[in-house]
Each structure stands twice: as C-alpha cells, then as structure tokens.
Design a protein around this ligand. Structure first.
Ligand SMILES: [Zn+2]
Length: 1136
C-alpha cells in the first residue's frame, strides 16, 4: 500500500459474504439466519442474498473489537452495542473474525492517516442533509441522512450517532419523484421508498439534497482522476483532506468539500468554486491541463509559503478555523510568498506582461497574487492587455489562467484589524484645566485663517485621559469631550496662523480636527505639553523632551518586515523627524532635508509616504486620511529647501548643500581639464535655467555630460554662491576674514583663519571646506586648464565675499585658503602625503599621455562597472587584499553617490561573457583571489541582486540546508576531452545537502511518507559542495530547455575544471536551488545583517581612495591616469 487513502473506485468491493446465524433479539432464543456482507466501510446483514437493502448496517469505523466466543460464535463490539453471530464451523468463524479485525484496523489506519474524523465521529462524510422523515411501512419516523452519493436510513438520531443504521441507498440507481403535498418517492429498481416530510418546504430541501446525491453518484471521477495524477492534487490544498473533489478554478487549487464551502463564502471575487465530479462542462482540456501545471503544489508554494504552524488547517479543523484560515490565505494573502516587485505596481504590471508570453505559469500566479493588474495596459495597442499578449504568444494556458482571474480581487491585508486598532497601553494620568478658545471641529485640514470671532471661550479640563470642554467653569455637563486614547496627532501651527496668536490642533481617530487658541505663548505651551503627555505612551516619552511642530502616531513599515504595518510614534521638529517604534531599536532621527527620496505612492485611497535616507527606508501609511494629509504636508515642507540661505538647502551627507555637491561633482568629472574653467562664463539663459531647477529640487537634478556644458555648471555654482543672502562667510564675519588676509605673519594668519573657520555655522564650514578642496584640485591641473591658485582666487574672491572685485582682499583670502588648505582644514598628514603623491603622479601620467600599467605600488587595480558594462560606468578601484565583496560594493556605490535603499540588494557580480553566466559574490568573499582568477572574458559589475529578497524569504520559510528535485542536466564533456557526443539536457534527480551535490540517474517514482525521495541507486555523480562555484545562466549555444538555468563549476584538486549545466522549470525553482547553495556554502549567512552595513566605517588605510566624487567622464586620458591610482585623489570632500 502506498499510503494514499482510498481508492476512487465508486463501488466498494465486498471483502467477505456468507450465511451466519445472528443472535436473537432480546427475549427470543431462536437464531436468525442472515446473509452477511462485509466491505471496507460496512458490515451489513440481509434477509436473503437476493436483497438489495439490508436490515442492518454497522459502520466498520465504529467497530471497536471483534472477538471469538464459545460455540463457533463471535462478537462484533461497537461503542455501546454488541452483535453476536454464529458461524457454521470454527474455520468459517476464524475467517470472519480475521476479516472483520483487518477491516477495522484498516479503517482505523485510514482515519488516522487523514485524521479527518476524530474518534467517536462516525462515517467518512458529514451529511449534506439530515433529519426525520416518515417512511411508509415504518411505524416510527426514521432519521435520514443524505451524504455524498448515498441516502442512509437510521432508526433514530441516536443510532445515527452510533453508526448503526438500517440500510443505505446508492443513488446511482435512485430517482426522486414528487408525490402529494409533503410526500415524495425515492425509486430504485428494487424498491420504492415513499417518504413524507414535515412540511412542503422541507420536502423541497429533501428533494434538492437527494437530487444532489444522484448527481454526485452519476458524476464521473474521470476529471478528478486526471487531476489527481499530480500527487499534490490528491490532498486538499487547504486542509490536507484526502481525495478532494472540488476546485477553485481561478486560484487553481484542488480542495475538499468542506473547504469548498468556505471558499464559496469568500465570494467569487476571491475564489470560483467548481466540482471536479459534477461540473463536467467546466472541465475543458485546457483547464485540466492548467491544473496539472499549477495545481496544489505550485499554488501552495505561493499561497502558503509562510503559514505559521499554529494557523495551519487540519482535515478536521472547525468551520470557524477553516473560515479564518481561508480568509487570511486568499483574501488577505497573509501567507503568500512576496514577489520581489511587491508594492511596485508599474514593475509588477510590466513583469506580468512579460511573463504571460512565456510558459512560466507559477510566475504569473505569483504576480497576480501580489497585485499585478490582470487588465493592465501593456503599452502595445495591438495587444493592450496581458490576455492579448498571451494570445499573441500562443500561450493557451496563460490565457486560460488570466481569463479565470479576470475578476479576481487582489489580496489585501485589512488595515483596520481590531487587534492593531485598539491601543491598550496604559496612558499616564495628567490633569490640567483652564480657559481655551475653540472652534467647531472640522473634517478636513484648515486651509484658511480662522478669524478670532470663530473661536468660543470654553472651560477645558484634562483629567483621567479625557479632555472635556464646558460652557463655563461652573457648568456641570461638558459640551463635548475628546478621549486622549482617540488622539492621533497634535500639531502646533506657526504663531499668527489664525486669529489667535498661538494655536494648536488636535486630530482624532474619528477624522476630526479641533483647533484651540490662546493669547499667551506660555499657556499654549503648557496645554500642548499636557495633552501630549496624556496621549503619548511611556515608551515614546522621549519625543516629549523637545519642542515639536507635530506629534502623533502613524502606521509604518520599515526594516525587513514589510508585510505588516505597525503603529509608531513620530514627532517633527524643524527638518528632523523623530520616531519611536514599539518593537524596534532606538532610531536616529531622520534628517528630512538630507533625504535621498521623498515620494508619495499608491492611489488616493491607500497613500504611502516613502522616505529614503541613506541605508534605510521608511514607509508611512495613510490609514487615516486627515492626520496623514497633515503629516504629508508638514514633512514635504520640512524636506524642501526652505529658503535661499545655505543651511536651508537640501543637504548631503556631510552637510554640504546638494546644489554645491552636484556642481562640484560635475566639474570634477568633466571640467578639470577644461581650459579657463570657472573663469569662462556659461550662457546666461542656460545658467539661469539650471540654477532654477537646482534651487527647486537639487536632489532630483542629474547633470549629464553632453546636456550641460561645464561652463554653464560652473557659472551656476558661482551664481548660487554669489547670491547667498548671508554669503558663504556670513555677513557678521566677512570683514574679519577680509582683514585677516592683511596679516603679514603667515603663521598668525593661518591660525586666525582656523579660528574664523571654527566660528562659521556647520553648513557654511562644510561648504567652505568642500569648495576649497575642489579648487585645490582644479589648480593641480592648471597646466591644462590655465587656472592656477591666483586665477581661481581672482574669480572666487569677489564671488564668495560678494564684492565688486576692485580690491584684492577677497581674492587673497581665497588664495590663502587654497595655498594653506591642509593646515587650515586640518587635513591629516598621511592623507596629505597620499594625496600629494597621487596628484603629482596623475599630472606625470597625464603628461606622459599613457596609462599602460594597471598595477601601482603593489596594489591591484581593477575595473568595476556599475550596473552594466559600459565605458561611462567604469570605476577603477584599488583592491587591498583584505577587501570583501561587500566593501567593494559599498565603495563603488559611495563613489557614485548611490544611496542604498531598503530591499535594494546591491551585490558584486562576476560576469563571464563566454559562458553567458554570472555569479553574485557572497558578501564576505575576498575580492582579490577572484580577480586573480578572472579570465579575459570576465569582469566585475556592481548591481542589484534582483532575486535576493525572494531567496531570503524562501530561506526564512524553509530549513535551507537541503533541497532535492528534478532538473534538466547536461555535462560539458568536451572539456574532458572524451570526444563523446555532447548530447542534450536530460532529467536527473539532484540532492543538495550541507556536504554534497549528488546526481541520480533514476529514482523510484514513489515517495516515502517522510517526503524524502527514495533513491534506488548510489549517486551517479557526487561533488563536494564547498568547492563548487554556481553561476546563474547557461550559454545559449547549448540550447538550454528553459531560461532558468545555472552553471556549476567544479575545480578538482588537479585544477581541472568540470562544468555542469542545470535547468529548472521555473524561476522560483532556480531561486530555491540557488538560495540553498548559498545557504549551504556560507553556513546560513546569505546576506549581511543590517547593522554591519550601517556601522561600516571607512577604513583608515583607504582614506585616500574613498571619495564622494565619482570618476567618470569623457576625458579618457584623465580617466586612465586616475585609474592608475585606483583611487580618487580628489577625495578631500569626503572627510569634511
Ligand atoms: Zn480541505
């Protein structure tokens, strides 16, 4: 027995039949001769062997014991009834006892296996309909149950529970006919049963139920058997019950009858339920085929990727548990495997349009289940929808799947879970009272100024977590009240926003806004503090240590747990957003003006504010419209340049305004060798346009060579600096700077500059340093650009000091700063030495005009590309022996000033062009040995690892250290020089565990119950897993059967390389194999934990090679000479 319970054959074969004497009923001594028949489910006895309908049947499941007693007799014992029979001989008795015991044991095993029915519950099926009916010829009413394809008759309800009945009618031979009023007939070829129901209404229900039983009896299991051919389809996708004969045709899963009932309850927008046996017309060849491709295996791989054991369904789960589970599984998508593109509608739609033209149905399922629009516009008017695309590509199964999902709703976690809604933290008790001026509450934000007359004076009392307002201080009943627990936000508008000088706004969960006003700043502050204390829980009390403009709670998502939003506490002060997350660690405040991205995503119903700071991303959800809109406006305002002064600009990491950084960066890339740089003026109109867009939103401006002339950019920078309202050196201090330039004693002068520098506001100080460092580099190339220190000083003196240039004092300051920049700006001696060396060498190399060698001073220098191999994505980088792939990646990103966002899995790849394969380096891998092994066909590229998230999710939901399954396999024989025909790809079975990758030619088709395959042979091949290199991709020349292939390279001890090519059926499969490889090869550490990334310090030794300024540009010569140093010598900006 292979353990699959139940055979789908409809007629239960007889195990044993024969004449037996049945013990007489009570009060009689005469044994009755009965024809007794046993099948797997029932023991029945009949008056004669000709009868179709029994006198009695006993459910085998209810038999607890069978025992021989004296006199050739034996007893069949059920829960509370004993039946005694007498055989004609000892041998005959022995056979009956054995047959009965065996039947009972098998029935028990079956019940345990499917664990469908807890002990004491009888029968394999719950009735579809049951109740009392009169049957002509019987004095008492009978208990009748319609179950499956049978109508069972019991003497009463008690016997029904005991599993002991009179007879049952197989409805394959039945027919029902209405008779008078409450009566109806169930006719069979052998007998007519005339029933009478209690009412006509009940009669209708009985007729319907019995007709259903006939339909079920007549249904063929042909469709079911074909669909069950795939092993996972033999068990309910939701609860695991055996022989599920229902299906959801849009979800493409096979389910049991009980789950089918709950599926129907979800509505057709979630699940379209059909019977495998009855809805015969539905089951076209295409649909059956689709179920063989998707079905329960693939379906659960997606829908049930993350089911916590506590929430899993059992075949005997209660209807309530079933409903909850199925709601969570399909309506909310709670357990689904998140697609890497989840949340990115545009990308999801694009991916869907691409996938439907392939055979990858699992991917289509994953995309639709994660929100891809089934009817999205493909961009192609010829084939505007995914369905049309699939049709065009001839993908019939994709078409069928898309059609069945045309109206399927996208799963969505309910944001209004009662669990998260009720805030159960005990709030501190605060008391405060006094007069406040109050307006009527509003349902939207206050756009206009509220005049003084709109406020009414109210006596307000804050006590026991309630803010009550009264007509006056003597009033007993409040006019109204606001519970502190309902307050979601407290905002303080700037003074004089309304008719009262000082105001504050209270937002409630019920989307109301209350405006309060006061004359006195002091009193207003006091009220704000008290209300804040009343609604902020102790865990977020830190937020109260500073004044704030806005304070409240908001649902957010952050970190790796993006599936579920949590409630966090936020306060906004100036451009700083502070947050307290209940479960997270203490967070640094977000500097809104330093954000790399600030955007609002989602539709108007479900807005999400996305804040991207260097190395972290925060999503704030607009669960409540009113307070979210308020936050949105306030955060956007706080993140923008708030004025023309330096500190009001959008700032980069080192407090340098983004606008300055952008220009300096561009000149460094493209303008260092441009003659007369900074002296020549750009076109006025272009300069103005550029400056305008930089001022508006410097963060989003990307300066590109060919689009902007260096002189336009340099002029824009000069214009910006010249127009600073307070000047770079501030109005207050500029005279002191100018006077300093007149000091004769150099030493004294420099130390005075240092003093003055220290007195500048931080942003000004950082900007001065960045700018002078830049100018220092510019003058290094004065041979080419003709801009020596003096010339630069002539240009920049009047610009920075905003003078007319008549007097050279300003110029002298700039000249001094450039000449003495090392001392004035405390540039480290080691740093200085390196920079000087490097700059000198650059100049030398530039003069020599060549950059032949790639090695310098013993360091290995390597070209690494960003995102793809192109001339302008080249980065030349010095690789110290200790450098890991992660460090390399971060350095490249740093140089290009690319921010790392949450879920951007930036990784260094080794790309092998000849093999058309690539290998993401493990983050801890040392780069240098890899470089040494790189052939001429290979290079390194830093790009996002698109599958990493999917792999991490896979690993999180599985024990990752083993995987087995079929793959298409091909060996590279030509390499071995055996001269054998290279052949194609063949199915092979693979087992990957922590030590080896094993290949089996054949395995037995059956699987043992443990789920592990039974491999019949020793492995055909076996490789130690740690010495394997796994590359994604298989070269096209080999004609891989699917596009989800990978190449495994094994280097033997003799340094011979062997290559295997493996292809998976789906992308998901490929990812799982790849993830398992990574997991096994790196002891489970597949991706660095977040803290290691954040706390990454720039190693001292590489100070000179870490730069904010990317090396890019058209000046080939420059690039090559700089490349020779691997490091950017112009990195002074970095260490501000
Ligand atoms: Zn089920």
């Amino acid at each position: 027995m292979d353990g699959l319970p139940g055979d789908p054959t409809p007629i239960t074969p007889v195990i044993k039949a024969g004449w037996l004497d049945k013990n007489p009923p009570q009060g009689s001594y005469i044994y009755q001769k009965r024809w007794v028949r046993l099948d797997a489910d029932h023991l029945r006895y009949f008056d004669s062997n000709k009868d179709a309908y029994s006198k009695r049947f006993i459910s085998v499941a209810c038999i607890s014991r069978v025992a021989a007693i004296g006199d050739q007799k034996f007893e069949v014992i059920t829960n509370n009834r004993t039946f005694a029979f007498r055989a004609e001989s000892d041998a005959e008795r022995k056979e009956w006892v054995r047959a009965l015991q065996q039947a009972a044991a098998e029935q028990g095993a079956r019940a345990r296996l499917s664990s469908t029915y807890p002990l004491g519950v009888r029968g394999p099926e719950l009735p579809d309909h049951a109740g009392s009916l009169e049957l002509r010829g019987f004095k008492n009413k009978l208990y009748v149950a319609v179950a499956g394809d049978k109508v069972q008759l019991y003497k009463n309800l008690e016997e029904y529970h005991l599993g002991i009945g009179i007879t049952f009618i197989d409805m394959s031979v039945g027919n029902v006919k209405e008779a008078d009023r409450r009566s109806f007939d169930l006719t069979t070829p052998y007998r007519i049963f005339s029933f009478s129901a209690e009412s006509e209404l009940e009669k209708e229900q009985w007729l319907e139920a019995m007709q259903g039983a006939i339909a079920e009896a007549l249904s063929t299991s042909e469709v079911a058997e074909r669909i069950w051919a795939m092993a996972p389809n033999r068990f309910c996708a939701d609860c695991g019950a055996a022989q599920p004969d229902w299906a959801s045709i849009n979800l493409c899963v096979v389910i049991c009858k009980r789950c089918a009932g709950e599926h129907r309850g979800l509505g057709a927008g979630v699940s379209k339920v059909r019977s495998l046996k009855m809805d015969r017309k539905v089951w076209t060849e295409t649909l059956i085929e689709l179920f063989l491709h998707l079905g329960n295996g693939t379906g659960n791989h997606f829908w049930a990727a993350n089911v916590p054991p506590s929430e899993a369904l059992q075949p005997n789960s209660s209807p309530g548990a079933r409903r909850r589970h199925l709601e969570a599984k399909y309506r909310e998508g709670k357990y689904r495997r998140y697609h890497p593109l989840f949340g990115n509608q545009e990308e999801l739609d694009k991916a869907l349009c691409a996938t439907v033209t392939t055979t990858d149905l699992a991917e289509t399922q994953a995309l639709l289940g994660c929100g891809a629009g089934v009817n999205c516009f493909s961009g192609d008017p010829e084939a505007p929808t995914p369905l049309a695309l699939a049709e065009q590509a001839g993908q019939i199964l994709q078409m069928e799947f898309l059609r069945n999902n045309r109206t399927t709703e996208v799963p969505r976690l309910e944001s209004t879970k009662p669990l998260e809604k009720h805030y159960s933290v005990v709030l501190p008790t605060v008391s405060h009272s006094g007069f406040l001026y109050k307006t009527a509450s509003a349902g939207k934000l206050l756009q206009d100024r509220r005049a003084r007359e709109e406020f009414s004076r109210r006596w307000c009392v804050l006590s026991d977590g309630v803010l009550s307002y009264y007509e006056n201080e003597r009033a007993v009943t409040p006019n109204g009240e606001i519970r502190a627990s309902e307050i979601v936000c407290l905002a303080v508008p700037p003074p004089d926003t309304h008719g009262f000088e000082h105001t504050f706004e209270v937002y409630t969960e019920g989307e109301r806004l209350y405006l309060f006003g006061l004359e006195s700043a002091e009193l207003a502050r006091e009220w704000v503090k008290c209300i804040a204390k009343a609604f902020i829980p102790p865990l977020a009390e830190d937020l109260l240590t500073r004044d704030f403009e806005r304070l409240g709670r908001l649902p957010y998502k952050a970190g790796l747990s993006l599936q579920r939003a949590q409630e966090g506490w936020f306060s906004l002060t100036g451009s700083e957003l502070r947050a307290v997350f209940p479960e997270g660690p203490c967070e640094e405040p977000l500097q809104l003006r330093k954000l790399q991205e600030l955007s609002v995503q989602g539709d108007s119903e479900n807005q999400v504010l996305v804040l991207v700071e260097r190395r972290r991303t925060l999503y704030i959800q607009g669960e409540r419209r009113l307070d979210f809109t308020g936050w949105l406006g306030a955060i956007q305002k706080a993140a923008a340049s708030s004025g023309d002064t330096l500190s009001e600009q959008q700032l980069g990491d080192s407090d340098i305004p983004v606008i300055v950084y952008r220009c300096v960066d561009y000149i460094t890339q493209c303008g260092l060798t441009s003659e007369g740089i900074y002296r020549k003026c750009g076109q006025t109109s272009k300069t103005q346009r550029l400056l305008e867009s930089l001022r508006q939103d410097a963060r989003s401006v990307r300066l590109k060579e060919g689009e902007q002339h260096v002189d336009d950019v340099s002029s824009a920078l000069k214009r910006f600096l010249r127009d600073l309202p307070d000047g770079l050196f501030t109005r207050a201090q500029r005279l002191a700077w100018l006077d300093t330039s007149e000091i004769e004693d150099e030493e004294e002068k420099v130390s005075r500059y240092r003093e003055l520098l220290a007195r500048l506001p931080p942003v000004n100080r950082a900007t001065v340093k960045a700018l002078i460092s830049h100018l220092y580099c510019v003058q290094c190339f004065s041979d080419t650009n003709q801009m020596n220190t003096h010339n630069l000083a002539i240009v920049f003196g009047p610009t920075l000091f905003q003078t007319d240039g008549q007097d050279y004092k300003a110029g002298r300051v700039v000249e001094d700063l450039i000449s003495h920049y090392v001392v004035v700006f405390s540039v480290d001696e080691e740093e200085l030495r390196k920079q000087r060396e490097e700059i000198t060498a650059i100049v030398k190399m530039r003069v020599a005009g060549t950059a032949s060698g790639t090695q310098h001073a013993g360091d290995f220098i390597c070209t690494v590309y960003l995102e793809e191999k192109k001339a302008d994505t080249e980065q030349h980088i010095k690789i110290p022996a200790s450098m890991t792939a992660e460090e390399l990646t971060l350095e490249i990103l740093d140089r290009r000033n690319v921010g790392i966002r949450e879920r951007d899995y930036w990784t260094c790849f080794e790309v092998n062009e000849r093999e058309e394969a690539e290998r993401p380096l493990h983050f801890a891998e040392k780069v240098l040995p890899i470089l040494h092994g790189l052939g001429t066909d290979s290079y390194l590229v830093v790009k996002k690892h698109q599958s990493m998230e999917a792999m991490l999710l896979y690993l999180a939901s599985h024990v990752g250290d083993t995987k087995h399954g079929m793959m298409k396999f091909r060996e590279d024989r030509s390499l071995l020089g055996l001269g054998l025909p290279s052949g194609g790809f063949h199915d092979r079975y693979f087992i990957l565990n922590s030590s080896c990758l094993r290949l089996y030619k054949e395995i037995r088709s059956q699987r043992s119950w443990s789920g592990a395959p039974e491999t019949s042979h020793r492995p055909e091949k076996e490789w130690p897993v740690r010495s394997l290199k796994v590359y994604l991709g298989v070269k096209k020349k080999l004609r891989p059967p699917t596009c989800w292939g990978f190449t495994v390279v094994h280097e033997t001890e003799k340094h011979e390389k062997q290559q295997w090519y493996l292809c998976c059926e789906t992308q998901m499969e490929l990812r799982e194999w790849f993830a398992t490889f990574l997991f096994v090869q790196h002891d489970g550490l597949v991706w660095p934990s977040e803290p290691s990334r954040v706390s990454r310090a720039v190693p001292e030794v590489r100070l000179g090679s870490v730069s904010l300024i990317p090396l890019r540009g058209s000046e080939n010569e420059m690039r090559r000479s700089v490349a020779a140093f691997a490091a950017d010598p112009l990195s002074l900006l970095r260490n501000v």
